[in-house]
Design a protein around this ligand. Structure first.
Ligand code: ATP
Length: 190
């Protein structure tokens, strides 16, 4: 499973539609300060369901819509789509390629699509469940979260690793939950 492409229209500084194709392996986005590199990271977090405007460096969610410049009028809609290769069937849909799209209007209304079919946020979350993609899963790490790992001393590394391990533990706990519930039910009824 890997990210094949990203299409952005009207999201933050991207007033024109852009499409980025990623190949297998490492891809790097290079550009001067303020050219929109972090906006690209934000767009990936957003399309997979991010609900916190603050985490996208915005005041409100509608702020992610292109706000205009001296020479361009603001847009009324923002749209981001990612295409993920599902060759190995990691994602629970029986198709080799999955496109997830999110749209937001100035009214605050959000729309989600999976392979062009309208979907609910819950379905997007379920699609990526257990893959490490999504909120707080450490598959998308912005600048501020990478710094403690790359620059600081061992203690900070331990903190990050500890967080990741705890997340994994939580995941395992969640998986075990139904068994515990059944046992609890049995106890109550016997
Ligand atoms: P850095 O190197 O500092 O991380 P960057 O290349 O990652 O910078 P971003 O922070 O992604 O750049 O982009 C910042 C630019 O995006 C700023 O010029 C800002 O005005 C613009 N921007 C952010 N939100 C919007 C919006 N809603 N409409 C128009 N422009 C926006």
């Amino acid at each position: 499973m890997y990210l094949k492409s990203l299409e952005i229209f009207g999201f933050k500084s991207f007033a024109d539609r852009i499409r980025i194709e990623f190949s297998k392996g490492i891809s790097a986005l290079v550009g001067p300060n303020g050219c929109g590199k972090s906006n690209i990271v934000d767009s990936i977090k957003w399309v997979v369901g991010e609900q916190s405007a603050k985490s996208l460096r915005a005041e409100t969610m509608e702020d992610v819509i292109f706000n205009g410049t001296e020479t361009r009028r603001p847009l009324s809609v923002a749209e981001v789509a990612i295409t993920i290769s599902n060759d190995e069937g990691v994602l629970p849909l029986d198709v080799p390629e999955i496109e997830v799209k999110r749209r937001i209007y100035r009214s605050g209304e959000n729309e989600y699509f999976i392979n062009s079919k309208p979907a609910r946020l819950k379905e997007i979350r379920e699609l990526f469940w257990d893959t490490g993609i999504g909120k707080s899963a450490y598959s998308v790490m912005e600048q501020g979260r990478i710094d403690p790992v790359s620059y600081t001393h061992l203690r900070a590394h331990e903190t990050v690793l500890d967080l990741v391990c705890r997340l994994l533990l939580e995941k395992k706990k969640k998986k075990r939950k139904p068994v515990v519930q059944v046992e609890g039910f049995k106890k109550k009824t016997t």
